[in-house]
Design a binder for this molecule. Structure first.
Ligand SMILES: [Zn+2]
Length: 289
């Protein structure tokens, strides 16, 4: 059975937090999209605000980053009626000076290419305006909330979106990114951010760093503990608690006010015509006269 959200969420969050779903007794709902239903949606009230949580980015099977249907997730958010969306991310570190566990508020992104727009003919192609890819208004709210966090947060991070499936970055790639001054690397911020823009959503992003060049170096030289996979998963769970804490603080401080910029940057192109209207007239009668 497909359900729609009972009333428009004040905010949507893409995050995996079993603790939040349990603590606030969020109910699972299904949201229909033109790609089919999205079943991993949780809805309820947190700090007096109506919140929609989308549990991660995979609908069913885990797939490589290029095969993630980011458009379906964004369409589910848009169909719920939410106008604000925060994406949360576990990312790789770039700078040797930034250790594992560091938390970031993303302000800009660099797309290293290799991703594709899915061919949903219900939503005609249009290039998104991404000069400023992140919503200033929503990001400012997160920055304000970050001041109350008991840990340091880089509030002006640049995220490199690298689609190198099925691998993560080489040492040379990380050194290149570091030279460019970029902070963190991952595979999912874009095209999620691009679709959010195309659908006119206010989009912001929080990331926590799960490794750094020196921990990758140690691991790659064979220092692999027997139960390292479990330790890694436990570490990710622990790190997610930082972005969850910041998200909850942001929800607490959320006001009814809204940004009037992102909705104007929505792009649809339903009136596309290959030729000007007058050229559609069939001229064969004249040719064969
Ligand atoms: Zn906005």
């Amino acid at each position: 059975m497909s359900l729609t959200t009972p009333s428009k969420p004040d905010i949507a969050i893409i995050m995996r937090s079993d603790e939040v779903i349990k603590k606030f007794n969020l109910k699972r709902i299904t949201i229909d999209t033109s790609f089919g239903p999205v079943h991993r949606c949780y809805y309820g009230t947190i700090s007096g605000k109506k919140v929609l949580i989308i549990y991660g980015r995979f609908e069913g099977q885990k797939v490589t980053s290029d095969a993630i249907n980011a458009q379906q997730t964004i369409e589910a958010v848009a169909n719920s009626g939410a106008k604000k969306l925060i994406g949360t991310f576990i990312v790789g570190g770039i700078k040797k000076s930034n250790p594992l566990g560091r938390t970031y508020i993303v302000q800009d992104l660099v797309g290293m290419g290799n991703y594709k727009f899915s061919c949903n003919q219900n939503y005609p192609f249009h290039n998104a305006e991404m000069f400023l890819p992140i919503c200033r208004h929503l990001t400012d709210k997160i920055i304000l909330s970050s001041k109350k966090m008991p840990f340091d947060i880089n509030t002006n991070a640049t995220y490199v979106c690298f689609h190198g499936w099925p691998r993560i970055e080489t040492k040379a790639e990380l050194e290149f990114y570091e030279k460019m001054g970029w902070d963190i690397v991952g595979q999912t911020l874009d095209p999620e951010a691009t679709f959010a823009r195309l659908y006119g959503l206010c989009y912001a992003a929080i990331a926590v760093q799960v490794d750094d060049p020196s921990s990758r170096d140690v691991y790659s030289k064979g220092d692999i503990k027997k139960d390292s996979k479990k330790q890694h998963m436990d570490l990710i769970k622990e790190l997610r608690k930082k972005s969850t804490k910041l998200v909850l603080e942001t929800i607490e401080n959320l006001k009814k006010d809204s940004c009037d910029i992102c909705c104007k940057l929505k792009r649809t192109n339903n009136s596309f015509k290959q030729f000007p209207e007058e050229f559609y007239k069939d001229s064969k009668d004249e040719l064969y006269d």
